[in-house]
Design a protein around this ligand. Sequence first.
Ligand code: PEP
Ligand code: MG
Length: 319
Amino acid sequence: RAARERAAAHEPAVTRDGREIEVGANIGSADEARLAAEAGADGIGLMRSEFLFLERSAAPSEADQRGEYQAAVDALGGKPVIIRTLDIGADKQLPYLRLPQAPNPALGLRGSRLWESHPELLDAQLRALLGVTAPERLRIMVPMIGDAGELARVRERLERLAEGLGLTRLPALGAMIEVPSAALCARRLAAEADFLSIGTNDLTQYTLAMDREDPGLAARADVLHPAVLTLIHTTVEGAAGRCPVGVCGAAAGDDLAAPLLAALGVDELSVEPARVPAIKAALRRLDVAALAGTIPELLVLDDAAAVRERLAGWFAAQS
Ligand code: PEP
Ligand code: MG
């Protein structure tokens, strides 16, 4: 079965009832982009650019960054590549930034909030991204966005930098939904963004107020909690007809969560390259409309354990 799945991985994933869902890959470097292409990914749903900035004594030059981004785009041979701007702070630190000690780093200056304290760092990254040839295949994604105003300010910067470089064709600009405020404001955010991508790792952490790094909470920090599912539902409903929605958190590659995310109406799942064949195969076995019929009941269950049990029961009844 694994060999058959690998061969079929280069074909689009269409559910039993005819809905096509893109399955992209999460990567941390251009080398991994090549792995993703070999695995059959329909694109890159998340390139975590911060890996370029880690384990060095200073930020990479604009030219070095541009080379890495270009190589990732080239490796996908025409398929779309979403590159996320620097997501530093909390669990990911850069000693050379000398950020002030935050009382609670997860709730501090991190992700897109760094534009306030380090505008030159993020502007340099945007210029490097604008230097990629084939802007129609590149999508720029901003982490830790809290509302439409924050994304609008990033778009202004992007347009101003593009003007300075004499560019007229800009890559698409999207926001991660990983803070409850962003999910609750999804309708407005979707009007401002070219696409949205739900980061379920942080969305779970911030919705449940459970540190994603705390091993004592790992079993309870569950994306299948009805509150997290409700925010995903709110995001998809808010974006409907305005812009596409993907998921790039670990839930996208999870056997139980991935079909449910498809049923909640997301257009794209982005997973570890090695998971692409299995997730495409799982989507092909799924009657997405039938599973969608259970969502109203799932959203009003008591807790994540109850959702897991109900979902497992649904799948058992299907086979
Ligand atoms: C997420 O939060 O779900 C996500 C994809 O981003 P990261 O895991 O890099 O924080
Ligand atoms: Mg995140």
